[in-house]
Design a protein around this ligand. Structure first.
Ligand code: PRP
Length: 186
């Protein structure tokens, strides 16, 4: 794996700028404030990838929300899903009769979200909606229908704003396309 010390050397191009990310997440925050007006809301951030999206969204929302986290992993250090979900950190609470908003960084094959929806409905959540910052429509093998989508993106390997390759590049402050040479031969 050819990771360089400075992320810029490994980025092919900027796909979504920081300004566009901020503006779009701001629009979604306003929409969520409206849609959940007068209702209780538990926001569940899916670590690690969604960390930037969660903090950016919550600082823009005005509604008083309850916040929790789960850690799910399926890619490990690879560019393709392993096909199985590892529950690394579970919720430590009862979600029965709770309105839940899942905050996710990307839906690619849809496996992670399908697994999580089944999981939360088995725990008798009252409602579960998804906000995903990015959606790769082409990648969907498992049908999921997120209500809130930041951006539809092409089928390219992207990093930044929380998204990683081999646990690196999460701190790139925009969404960038990773140079193929970085992961070629994997
Ligand atoms: C990534 C991402 C999503 C999931 C999407 O997680 O954060 O949770 O993959 O892919 P899918 O739609 O094909 O299931 P990853 O396993 O890389 O863990 P991470 O969030 O810690 O990076």
């Amino acid at each position: 794996m050819g990771l360089s010390e400075y992320y810029k050397d490994d980025i092919e191009r900027v796909l979504i700028s920081q300004t566009d990310l901020n503006n779009r997440i701001g629009e979604i925050a306003m929409q969520l404030d409206k849609d959940y007006k007068g209702k209780n809301l538990l926001v569940i951030g899916i670590l690690k990838g969604a960390i930037f999206t969660i903090t950016n969204l919550l600082e823009k929302m005005q509604k008083n929300v309850d916040l929790d986290f789960m850690t799910l992993s399926s890619y490990g250090d690879k560019v393709r899903s392993s096909g199985s979900i590892k529950l690394v950190m579970d919720l430590d609470r009862n979600v029965e009769n709770t309105n839940i908003l899942i905050v996710e960084d990307i839906i690619d094959t849809g496996l992670t979200m399908k697994w999580l929806l089944d999981y939360l409905y088995k725990k008798k959540a009252a409602s579960v909606e998804i906000f995903t910052l990015l959606e790769k429509k082409e990648g969907h093998k498992h049908f999921v229908n997120p209500k809130y989508v930041g951006f539809q993106i092409p089928n390219e390997f992207v990093v930044g704003f929380g998204l990683d390759y081999g646990q690196y590049y999460r701190n790139v402050p925009y969404i960038g396309v990773l140079k193929e040479g970085v992961y070629k031969g994997e």
